[in-house]
Design a protein around this ligand. Sequence first.
Ligand code: HEM
Length: 398
Amino acid sequence: MSTGPDNDKNRQDLLPEPLQSEEALHDPFDWYREQRAAAPVQYDPKRAVYDVFSHEHVKTGLQDAEALHRKQLSGGHMDGQSPFSYLDKGMVWSDGPDHKQTKGQLFKYFQPGLLAELEESIEALCEAQLETALEDGTRFDFVTEFADPVPLRVIMDVVGIPGDEHQQMLDWLNTFRAVMNSEYSAAGSRDEHKMEEPVEYFQDLVAERTANPQDDLISELAHESELSDATIGANCFDFLLAGQGTMSELLSNALYLFEHHDITGESHELSVVLEEVLRYRSPLQSRARETTESVTLGGTEIPAGETVILWIGAANRDPAQYETPEQFVPDRNPDHLAFGSGPHNCIGAPLARLEAPIIMRTVLEYFDEIELLEEEATPMSKASKVGFQTLPVETTLA
Ligand code: HEM
């Protein structure tokens, strides 16, 4: 397995030069506009990747999973017992027939009808979290004290992980993200052994729910699906991983845009405005793929074995697709690529679309006023994401 930036092809987070500042990462949209206008698909020799900017070609790239596939964590050559081999059984890291078969079995558990019963518990969770956040006064950090834990606890509840373990889960998700990023640091290496503890936890949890079923997704999968124990455990980890940060970013981007555009629960249909938030500041700005064969995209020939970065955030502001793409139009209700497209599209989109309006409505109703302390906020520091690491707020209770 490769360990350093010189020989690793998965370079999604090696920053393009124009994005190497906090301001540019918070607002990469000028760069997207210039690049998209110059050419929809371009090769960057410094990062040794092909960047794709137009809506048409990002969508094609997302949908063509045969020519542009996801790279496995283990690189396909780890021994079967390693933590990455276990996690590779998650949908996020697999492709082809295995991926299709797993997704086919998991898809039905995320249908809107089945999720509707979560509504009350989401509201209660939000209120409890706001009470905790306000214990020390009217000022709190909207991200770390609210938007990080709430969606995590929702998905933990669905999966069947006790709510009081949420800090442990968050620590493991952050460990995983650090392991994934470490390959880009000078001395870094992907130390998959750091993932041994969470993998053991999920192995034990699946075994425990097989023996003592409860009313949760793990028990249902263990008893009703044909999926192996490892596939169930790895996908439950993926649900937490894929559903936690993205939701936190959607909520902080929503609060930021709501405050700048005077959006309230009374003035707007929040489920509609949130679709525009997803288009305008997509939590996942880019996804990486590797070519399995030579492909021509937007007139550029990409040889086999190359890394391709599909810039979802640029596609979602393509003037060929949207009128006034650089404007935030609350009632636009756009069709967008924020949840991906094709075989890897987001299985959690119905859950995200159910919980985000409930969470934002609860927040807006809880307070008379929310002042964003933007000077003290920390934007995300990755090119693949747009959101906030911290977003302090000063509040007045309703
Ligand atoms: C605003 C919130 C969310 C956004 C913006 C988002 C975005 C995405 C995107 C863009 C993809 C496609 C990735 C690719 O093609 O490489 C994806 C896949 C996925 N998402 Fe989400 N997601 C969100 C919430 C959730 C939630 C709540 C869950 C929890 C179940 C979830 C679980 C997944 C999983 C498991 C995949 C992988 C599916 C596959 O590879 O077939 N996501 N998501």
